[in-house]
Write a protein that binds this ligand. Sequence first.
Ligand SMILES: C[S@@+](CC[C@H](N)C(=O)[O-])C[C@H]1O[C@@H](n2cnc3c(N)ncnc32)[C@H](O)[C@@H]1O
Length: 274
Amino acid sequence: MERLGDCSVLLLQPQEFKLFQAFILAEAGITLSDKKHTLVQTRLTSRIHQLNLTSFIQYYKLIVGKGGAMEAQRAIDLLTTNETYFFREPKHFEMLRELAKAATAERRGLRVWSAASSSGEEAYSIAMVLDDAQGALPWEVLGSDISARMLRRARNGHYPDVRTTHLPLHYRRQYCLKGTGVEAGTLLVKPELREKVQFTHVNLVKPLVDIGNFDVIFLRNVMIYFNLEQKQQVIARIATTLKPGGTLMIGHSESLQGIESNFQLLAPAIYRLT
Ligand SMILES: C[S@@+](CC[C@H](N)C(=O)[O-])C[C@H]1O[C@@H](n2cnc3c(N)ncnc32)[C@H](O)[C@@H]1O
């Protein structure tokens, strides 16, 4: 590893990159292609400087060494991709609304899991649909992610306007507060709705802690990072938490092709557990 110019740029050598590739694969199931070399270099450099370390290998030893668990979580936070926004892939929310109305007719509150919720926009979008369609019925939303940093953001429920372009106006009025003064250009999910959404740490590639059973699971735009074997295991794990006849939503660029499961395709990227 070398330093360049003003000493602020660290160069990640190919053999060091391989170590971080192996780390994130083992810890999060994420396959980082060789094209992600610059991304890893950029995302880790400032953390290495913050810690007054001088090389990537020192940082690697820190995160895999004894007592390195907290910094390993920090590295996971830095190496995951967290792109999300309100009402992404809107067909899923239309389907959720139909399911919620049918359950309301039976006086049944739905339990829904946003299984890679990132900074929380997906979980709050689900909560808006449920609150609107189910009102006072005992509906529940659980959001989870591997990234502790994203979970902190999700619990705050405070977002820049750019993430809210697809948020329907009536939901925005009903469930959000518009930032003013120094908060202009932002939106805060109202406390009444925030209180109804729980967030917890779940690593999808490790055995699941007991989080109960769900009527609907959103598992969107996370399987793209997993290889086939991991996808198979994650889908098998997810299926154990879905009630019989429950619904699974995956990202529109993802598929369950090549995976053995009891899921039946209902509509694009929507499956039912048989
Ligand atoms: C691109 S975001 C998708 C967010 C949201 N589901 C959506 O579709 O807009 C992917 C999220 O998956 C999370 N993630 C990656 N690997 C994970 C794992 N092994 N377990 C749980 N979450 C993981 C990342 O931290 C990130 O927040």
